[in-house]
Design a protein around this ligand. Structure first.
Ligand SMILES: [Zn+2]
Length: 197
């Protein structure tokens, strides 16, 4: 390890979302003070989970097995797919316990500004899944930001002509809201009161 190890560690931490250089320095110093209790277990866990956690090629969820736990669960309704932007949205919905079907994680939303195109998201995979005759409904549970709505329209257009019923979660989500920041009650209501597109 070179002499700049400390600077490099701070630099890596500062690349995490929401962490600036100041917070990064604070975190690194905290870890160095708690090597046995935190720093070493954290580094072991990062390495192990980095190696073992994979993206499910069917739904985009993350897990140690492929297909992941949700795709593989015999108790889940395999005729409904709920489309979300990120895994954190899937977690938020799972927490409500109001949805027992399958998921499809896009991996973000379309954005001309950030140069995120349909090919960067799992949209092709979703269209492919929709062709399966067992699928009866696709619920679009996207955020209510401008990019999310662009994504919703794009997907709706692509799914047009398939025999699947396409619905979206009910309004009532505040404009600009992200799914994983909405409380469980609102999310459950939005899911139950979904409307056809
Ligand atoms: Zn899966």
């Amino acid at each position: 390890m070179h002499d700049d190890a400390l600077q490099e560690l701070i630099h890596l931490f500062s690349k995490l979302p929401g962490i600036g250089p100041k917070s990064a320095s604070r975190l690194v110093l905290f870890l160095l003070k708690n090597k046995e209790k935190l720093m070493y277990p954290l580094s072991r866990s990062l390495l192990a989970s980095g190696k073992s956690l994979k993206k499910c090629k069917v739904c985009g969820n993350i897990g140690v097995k492929f297909p992941d736990k949700i795709c593989n669960d015999p108790k889940r309704d395999k005729s409904i797919i709920c489309v979300v932007e990120d895994i954190s949205d899937l977690w938020a919905l799972e927490k409500t316990g109001s949805f027992k079907g399958l998921y499809h994680v896009l991996g973000g939303s379309l954005s001309a500004l950030d140069n995120i195109n349909p090919d960067d998201l799992m949209i092709k995979e979703l269209i492919q899944r929709a062709k399966n005759n067992n699928i009866k409904e696709i619920i679009l549970a996207l955020n209510s930001t401008v990019n999310s709505q662009t994504t919703l329209h794009y997907i709706t257009e692509k799914l047009n002509g398939s025999n699947v019923k396409i619905t979206k979660i009910a309004q009532g989500m505040p404009f600009g809201a992200e799914l994983n920041y909405v409380d469980e009650g609102t999310l459950t209501t939005a899911m139950k009161a979904r409307k056809p597109i």
